[in-house]
Design a binder for this molecule. Structure first.
Ligand SMILES: C[S@@+](CC[C@H](N)C(=O)[O-])C[C@H]1O[C@@H](n2cnc3c(N)ncnc32)[C@H](O)[C@@H]1O
Length: 233
């Protein structure tokens, strides 16, 4: 659809999400850019910010290369252009109602590289620090038999849910654009309720299949807690 229409539509989506979100809830909005239009996602975020307050901007880093440090990992899709760099990240905008939701940063924390920091700073009581806003999450290997063109790794919604805070009580996770159900799978793994919408019946079937698969894996691992699922509609 034309971009201006898309902006209006996203504002409507944001209004509806605001309506159903708890006052201390989080709204994570994932959007990727076209290399030829790097301002697109920021313009969408600006529009959503009319409804919500932008609390954090995260970068989902899909591939990272620092050969000098012996690092070169993740998904790389060559760009057919001499003008644009390969786009190796997508945005996750974290919106809340007032911009003041306390997060469980250490639930996705990382160990200190310099252990002498532990105890030196008042906040550094254990070997775990805030991961920051660059999240390196490569695609899962299942991408070789991709069942949805825009699937994200389940680790991405898992980290968002954990960051929001599993200790806040049993969470209800809602995804209005469920696709292959990655968010529902993450929610289910973490023992949350989930509600998903997807307009394409074929993707609903795929999501249900992947959810069942994920559930049987969990059962096999004896990790599962009894869950009540609203399912995919
Ligand atoms: C970018 S994909 C989401 C992929 C998902 N994150 C995953 O990991 O599979 C967006 C999905 O939204 C669905 N969609 C688009 N418009 C919709 C609408 N009005 N209501 C419900 N679903 C919609 C599309 O069919 C598509 O599957």
């Amino acid at each position: 659809m034309p971009f201006d229409e898309y902006l209006d539509w996203m504002e409507e989506v944001a209004k509806e999400c605001f309506r159903v979100l708890k006052d201390d809830g989080s709204f994570f909005f994932n959007i990727g850019d076209k290399p030829s239009d790097e301002l697109r996602s920021l313009r969408v975020a600006e529009r959503i910010n009319k409804i919500f307050r932008l609390q954090n901007t995260l970068h989902w880093v899909k591939s990272i290369a620092a050969p000098e440090e012996d690092v070169n990992i993740g998904h790389y899709k060559p760009v057919n252009s001499d003008r644009f760099l390969n786009n190796c990240h997508e945005y996750i905008f974290h919106f809340t109602k007032q911009g003041d939701v306390e997060l469980d940063k250490l639930s996705i924390g990382v160990p200190y590289q310099d252990k002498s920091n532990i105890g030196r700073w008042e906040k550094a009581k254990q070997d775990l620090r805030d991961r920051g806003n660059n999240w390196f999450i490569p695609y899962e290997t299942v991408q070789s038999q991709k069942v949805h063109p825009a699937m994200f790794p389940t680790k991405l919604p898992e980290m968002c849910i954990k960051l929001h805070g599993l200790q806040k009580g049993k969470l209800v996770v809602l995804d209005p654009f469920a696709g292959s159900g990655s968010t529902a799978i993450a929610a289910k793994k973490l023992g949350c309720y989930y509600v998903c919408f997807e307009k394409d019946l074929e993707y609903c079937r795929i999501a249900e299949g992947l959810l069942n698969e994920a559930m049987s894996e969990q059962e096999a691992n004896r990790l599962i807690k009894p869950l009540y699922s609203f399912g995919i509609s």
